[in-house]
Design a protein around this ligand. Structure first.
Ligand code: CDP
Length: 437
């Protein structure tokens, strides 16, 4: 069983208070109210008496589709989803521990995209279900999380789970999260100290190598942060009595499902009863209803038979170009963990194993997108949207973030049996106040 020590987080987290009754085991339940589904993560922590910080022992995970926003006009039904997931918490946590086990729900893009009053009605309903439950519910238990926190907390989760937060000067991994409504990129810009270290050993390295490193040392880190388009591309959080600075941004409307809508020209469109949204990214004979965020759209391929990768790329580019900022530095050779829809679609396309994931170059997505799109008429893909989705992912990575074809992504669903998601980071933040700002 997993024993990921929260001691690893001692470098990051100020301190972890002991459970009130000094019991050895404690539990916490985090609900992820996403645009395409609602999920529960029930964490079991073990308090070691010799150490101040506990150990993450286990995660129980369960998910339900669709997301809360699908019930925008029926908040009681949204409450029912949460009530069903609470059964998982009741099964996973011993009855005696219920009243000291915190429940937290954080909503992401689905609720951010709804009119405020509708989103609030859904949150009120969740709060009501929480209040009725036998668990510990505090004042800030139910809320919409902002995009910056979503990116930073996923970065904290993944770096914690991969053991990259042990020492302040350690290498870290970047994260790419592709949700239904939004997408996040987060990484720690290069540190001057490591480059300086190389130049310190100048006698080992050729002069031009050192000169280029000094140049990087002088300019790169500031460039990434300073050339960021706004304050909402940089976030800081406190650890080890110092503040870490991350490049992070959440693009609302650029998740995979919102990207489909933008590609189809259906984002914010009216007349959904009579309009048919066409795309050369769909098989030309395809026509169906498709729902996202509580609305249903009629979608079809191009009846004139116009289909294929090139045409499709031009369509998806409209959803990306001029919207996605290319960070100055993408951790040359640095590792990026890509999860959620990056993982799901790579599995659907037969690019990776559905349990273990694996590494994939950006050109791997491109190659498969071309194959799927160009063979669409003869061999209908497993999902009619596979061509559009793979092309969107390729476009987002290349023309969006500016990754090279040769960039390698670590496609991940779970790390050490724990979901690759912002949820663990959000639980740690709930307990330890990482002061993300
Ligand atoms: N713990 C989780 C959470 C989301 N996901 C995947 O993330 C994708 C959609 O994320 P989402 O519904 O939270 O979308 P946003 O609200 O973040 O835009 C789907 O492919 C989910 O299956 C996952 O694999 N594991």
């Amino acid at each position: 069983q997993l024993r990921t020590s929260l001691l690893d987080m001692s470098a990051v987290l100020p301190s972890l208070s002991r459970p009130a009754n000094h019991s050895r085991i404690s539990y916490a339940a985090m609900f992820d109210a996403g645009s395409t589904g609602t999920r529960i993560h029930v964490y079991t922590f073990i308090q070691s008496y010799s150490e101040q910080l506990p150990v993450l022992d286990n995660e129980v995970f369960h998910s339900i589709k669709p997301g809360l926003s699908a019930y925008a006009d029926y908040p009681e039904a949204a409450g029912e989803t949460v009530r069903m997931l609470l059964k998982v918490a009741k099964k996973s946590v011993p009855r005696l521990d219920w009243k000291r086990t915190p429940l937290v729900l954080r909503a992401t893009a689905g609720l951010r995209l709804l009119p405020a009053a509708k989103a609030q009605a859904l949150l009120d309903q969740v709060q009501h279900v929480f209040d009725e439950s036998p668990f510990l519910v505090s004042d800030n238990s139910v809320s919409i999380m902002n995009g910056t926190n979503e990116g930073v907390l996923a970065w904290i989760s993944l770096n914690f789970l991969t053991g990259h937060l042990k020492a302040p000067a350690m290498k870290t991994v970047g994260i790419l999260d592709l949700g239904g409504g939004s997408t996040q990129i987060t990484f720690l810009p290069k540190r001057r100290v490591s480059l300086f270290f190389f130049c310190f050993f100048r006698f080992v390295f050729p002069l031009h190598f050192c000169v280029s490193l000094i140049f990087n040392w002088a300019f790169l880190p500031q460039q990434t942060i300073e050339s960021a388009p706004g304050d909402d591309y940089v976030a800081r959080f406190d650890f080890l009595n110092s503040t870490s600075e991350l490049y992070t941004h959440s693009y609302l409307g650029n998740g995979l499902m919102a990207g489909r809508l933008a590609t189809l020209g259906a984002l914010g469109a009216e007349g959904l009863e009579w309009q048919v949204f066409k795309s050369s990214c769909l098989p030309s004979t395809f026509r169906d209803d498709w729902s996202f965020g509580g609305l249903t759209y009629q979608v079809s391929g191009d009846p004139n038979g116009q289909a294929g990768y090139k045409l499709c790329y031009q369509e998806v580019l409209k959803a990306v170009k001029g919207i996605i900022h290319q960070p100055y530095e993408l951790q040359d050779g640095g590792v990026f963990y890509a999860f959620s829809y990056y993982f799901d679609r790579a599995v659907d396309a037969g690019l990776i194993n559905n349990v273990h994931g694996g590494t994939l170059q950006v050109r791997g997505f491109k190659k498969r997108a071309k194959e799927v799109c160009n063979k669409m008429t003869k061999y209908p893909p497993v999902s009619p949207f596979l061509c559009m989705d793979l092309t969107y992912i390729t476009c987002l990575l290349k023309d969006g973030f500016g990754f090279k074809d040769s960039a390698v992504l670590q496609l991940t669903k779970k790390v050490k049996n724990v979901e690759a998601s912002w949820a663990l980071g959000a639980m740690l933040d709930h307990f330890h106040k990482l002061r993300i700002h």
